[in-house]
Write a protein that binds this ligand. Structure first.
Ligand SMILES: *Cc1c(COP(=O)(O)O)cnc(C)c1O
Length: 899
């Protein structure tokens, strides 16, 4: 084998980033950051004084002004891209600009890693199978460290510099593809956390997978969702640094060997049957107004350089190459399911690949500075974003027992003090389970470890609750049945010292339902809440520069310090009734509606669905999120149909148009979101929305009073345009199903009001902004089970309002294919138990909607007051607050500030 691998965890490299080679003066070209002080001393001693002085003299400098930026830009156009003034198009400008900005980031990133290594504090590792980062360039400009910059507003400076070079910033930024390595809220949460961790100077690394295909691109063809692959690495990615010198071998299959008579608790050899290599790609994550640049390490699968010589020698060259290529398939594609388990072997392979590589990387770094395993939980905190990284618990136990030869119980104590687990759902269909047979075939040693963990756990339970066999079977990690399954959430609970939900209501449901037995076993102290948050840098400053500017002016804060201390927004409350401020506020909203109208114009081949002359008089009602029955886009579109039918009824009963317009003033209902490719009902909902849009938008009777728009391919960069334009957004999940929601926070931060159920973080949003500033409706979580029961066994009748909607659907008013096209959506409510309580909540939803209409159209001043007060009190939902809570109550880590 050509390269030395890091199988031997004992032989750590001296480079904190994981170079496998020992330091040799001649290999200075390798990346050299993150050295311990004693290592630097030793290295220094070996380098001739002259070299050291040269190095100092040629220190790489960041650009700090327009001129410096322009020089870097041109240099990258001409050398990195090998282009010139004459063939530098917008894509080239994006690339050159990114390289220039990246250079600045990398300089600070090196210093950050060196600083952290020297101080050697307790580190945070955030394990997430998804990081929905979106675009990097604009964010990097906002977070550009301007310590040494004359111009405090780095983004404006670069914008001006770019203009002089002949480019419009907006057009250049548009060239960047989204890094869509996530499905929805969970992946975006991880991205917001990375931003806040860097901003708070926390020594934190993210670990994820570098999928070659991110979340699919959604096209709408004849009203249907069509998925196309997102080959996002098509254009060179300037935001990643390949570390091909680091290779972690990962094994699968094979068998376990141990001395005769030895128990599974003692060290053994797992002889893997298939091996691949994990190669990391590092992405710098800059903080806001700090020189801290953290690392997001994403693993990519490569074949081992070991070749199947038996096949090769047998003349089967192409098959032996094909085998190798299979390795790459491990990180080829992100699974496109949101809140739904997939159960595919390749998914489990991905999970192990990522957990194994990350754990070995973490352990190697730990061993560089400490040889004492009992210290490990004081040096390392590992946060599990949902159960996807649960295998990391098993892998650490395997490393400690099999490779480090610690006693089983000593090892387990280290493991449980290291990990903590964030639960993201209580819905059964989303909870991960793996058939024992599949699991044991792929990971034979890990299955033994699962059995042993379960054995000792159940023994403890039995000691505490003697002879309660029911309890033992309920909490067993192994679920018995036709096919035994491993309950991953239970491993995560048993293997962690803290388990948190992501909003108060959700954290309560975890304690009273999902993990009720575990509360009895461990006590309440293990279970906690950390309400989700979002980063105000991306979701206010970047997405809504006009509003950010108005706020900065009003707070007399030209340096945008409020973005670090969002409690300062409360000062805005003083101006909630100020007519001049209200007018400015409204003008910003109008500008943002125009921006969204432009986007829709582009997406709709140059046709305007919304009348641009009436943007301020049109209520923008928006529901953008993954399409899911529990999120109830069907409730929304049924409501739209109801509104349309009511308008038509009035007209056909001879009501004058003004009367109709008075009752149903101008409104556009905007939808966006992807459905999992295999989720029939979600795709049918998309189909229905588009079918309804077709009828309503082309009905001359109602003129332009009501429009329906489905925005294709909802993603982070579209969200940044859509959300600031919103008057009212819909967060209408069946109570108890949405763990938190984060787009609710994004909308409120942008002055949009909410129509919503008492679910997820809507509860805390209401508490923060005041119940007079939110439109709540619907069944409470505590009544959901009872209503479901009534539907199943007592054939609960539908409200007449919904009956009318269903009659229209069944009459084919919106059908283009056949009249039964939408029957499954009708039947889910009318015949199959209405699991999501659409019928129960329909009338209160309609009532809440008419209240929204009245508030928006009859008393704009009080509407604007609500909007201003919402923003004034949204500070709590900054992800800065959120990571601080994790740091203090779960991780026990401190920031590393620059001296
Ligand atoms: C914030 C965000 C989500 C999460 O939306 P919810 O309404 O909280 O489910 C999903 N997708 C994208 C692109 C987002 O930015």
């Amino acid at each position: 084998m050509g390269r030395q691998l890091i199988h031997d965890l004992g032989s750590g490299s001296s480079n904190d980033l994981g170079s496998v080679e020992q330091f040799r003066p001649r290999t200075l070209a390798r990346r050299l950051t993150g050295f311990l002080p004693r290592e630097i001393k030793a290295i220094d001693a070996k380098i001739p004084l002259e070299s050291r002085e040269l190095w100092k003299r040629h220190e790489v400098k960041k650009f700090t002004d327009k001129d410096g930026f322009q020089a870097k830009f041109i240099q990258h156009v001409e050398t990195t891209l090998a282009r010139s003034l004459y063939n530098c198009d917008e894509l080239a400008a994006y690339e050159a600009m990114s390289e220039a900005v990246r250079d600045n980031l990398v300089i600070d990133w090196n210093k950050t890693q060196q600083r952290v290594t020297a101080r050697d504090p307790k580190r945070i590792y955030y394990l997430s199978l998804e990081f929905l980062m979106g675009r990097a360039l604009d964010n990097a400009l906002i977070n550009l460290n301007t310590d040494d910059c004359d111009d405090p507003t780095s983004r404006e400076m670069v914008e001006g510099a770019l203009k002089q070079l002949g480019f419009r910033m907006e057009d250049v930024l548009e060239q960047e593809p989204d890094a869509g390595l996530g499905n929805g809220g969970l992946g975006r949460l991880a991205a917001c956390f990375m931003d806040s961790l860097a901003t708070g100077d926390y020594p934190a690394w993210g670990y994820g997978l570098r999928y070659q295909y991110g979340i699919f691109a959604q096209k709408i063809i004849d009203g249907h969702q069509v998925e196309t692959p997102d080959y996002w690495l098509n254009i060179r990615n300037p935001w990643e640094i390949e570390r091909s010198e680091i290779q972690v071998p990962v094994s699968y299959y094979g068998h376990v060997e141990r001395p005769q008579g030895a128990s599974t608790l003692s060290p053994c050899d797992w002889i893997g049957g298939e091996q691949v290599l994990a190669v990391p790609y590092d992405m710098p994550v800059p903080g806001f107004k700090t020189s801290t640049v953290n690392n997001l390490r994403m693993w990519s699968a490569k074949p081992t350089t070991e070749f199947d010589f038996s096949k090769f020698n047998a003349g089967d060259y192409s098959n032996s190459v094909a085998d190798q290529q299979r390795a790459e398939s491990i990180t080829a594609v992100l699974y496109p399911n949101d809140n739904f388990r997939s159960g595919k072997e390749l998914r489990l392979k991905q999970q192990y690949f990522w957990c194994c590589a990350s754990l070995h990387d973490i352990v190697r770094r730990f061993k560089k500075s400490s040889g004492d395993w009992t210290n490990f939980p004081d040096r390392v905190a590992i946060q599990l974003n949902d159960t996807h990284p649960t295998l990391a618990i098993l892998e650490l136990q395997r490393i400690l027992v099999d490779l480090e030869r610690l006693d089983w119980h000593a090892a387990w104590s280290i493991v449980t003090r290291t990990f903590s687990y964030t639960n993201h759902t209580v819905m059964q269909e989303a909870l991960e389970k793996w058939p024992v047979s599949l699991f044991g075939h792929l990971l034979p040693r890990h299955l033994e470890i699962v059995y042993d963990i379960n054995w000792f756990f159940l023994k403890d339970v039995e000691r505490k609750f003697p002879r309660d066999l029911e309890l033992l079977s309920r909490v067993s990690i192994i679920e018995d049945g036709q096919e035994s399954q491993i309950r991953m959430a239970y491993i995560a609970v048993v293997g962690s010292h803290k388990v948190n939900g992501v909003a108060e209501l959700h954290s309560e449901l975890i304690k009273t339902n999902l993990f009720q037995d575990f509360v009895d076993i461990y006590g309440l102290g293990k279970f906690t809440n950390v309400t989700n948050g979002i980063t105000p840098r991306r979701w206010l400053k970047q997405a809504n520069p006009r509003l950010a500017q108005l706020i900065a002016e009003k707070l007399n804060d030209p340096q945008d310090q409020y973005l670090l201390d969002m409690s300062r927004l409360t000062e805005l409350a003083t101006f909630a009734d100020d007519p001049i401020f209200q007018q400015q506020w409204e003008e910003v909203k109008l500008y943002n509606k125009m921006r969204l109208a432009d986007l829709l114009h582009r997406l709709n081949d140059g046709v305007d669905v919304i009348d641009r002359d009436y943007l301020n008089e049109t209520l923008f009602d928006i529901q953008v999120k993954r399409i899911h029955e529990y999120k109830r886009q069907q409730l929304n579109i049924f409501g739209v149909i109801h509104r349309y039918l009511s308008m038509k009824d009035m007209l056909s009963n001879g009501a004058p148009f003004v009367k109709v317009a008075n009752k149903f003033p101008r409104k556009v209902s905007i939808f966006g979101g992807k459905a999992a490719p295999g989720y029939f009902m979600a795709k049918l909902i998309i189909r229905l929305i588009n079918a309804v849009a077709d009828v309503i938008n082309n009905d001359p009777d109602i003129e332009d009073l009501l429009k329906v728009v489905f925005i294709p391919d909802y993603n982070v960069s579209k969200a940044e345009v859509i959300i600031p334009a919103c008057d009212i957004s819909e967060h209408i999940s069946t109570a108890g199903t949405e763990a938190s929601g984060t787009s609710n926070m994004k909308f409120v931060m942008n002055g949009g009001l909410i129509i919503g159920t008492v679910d997820g973080a809507n509860v805390e949003i209401t508490r923060e902004i005041g119940e007079e500033n939110i439109f709540l409706f619907g069944t409470l979580a505590e009544h959901v089970e009872e209503l479901r029961f009534k539907h199943r066994f007592h054939n609960k009748p539908l409200p007449s309002s919904l009956t009318k909607v269903f009659a229209a659907l069944e009459a084919g008013v919106f059908s283009t294919e056949n009249n039964a096209e939408f029957q499954p959506l009708v039947d889910a409510t009318r015949r199959h138990g209405d699991h999501y309580l659409v019928s129960d909540d329909f009338d209160s939803y309609i009532a809440a909607q008419s209240l929204v209409d009245r508030c928006f159209h009859r008393d704009r001043s009080s509407w604007l007051r609500k909007s201003i007060l919402s923003v004034a009190n949204v500070g709590y939902f900054s992800s800065d607050r959120c990571v601080e809570e994790y740091a203090e109550t779960i991780w026990n880590v401190e920031p590393v500030k620059k001296d």
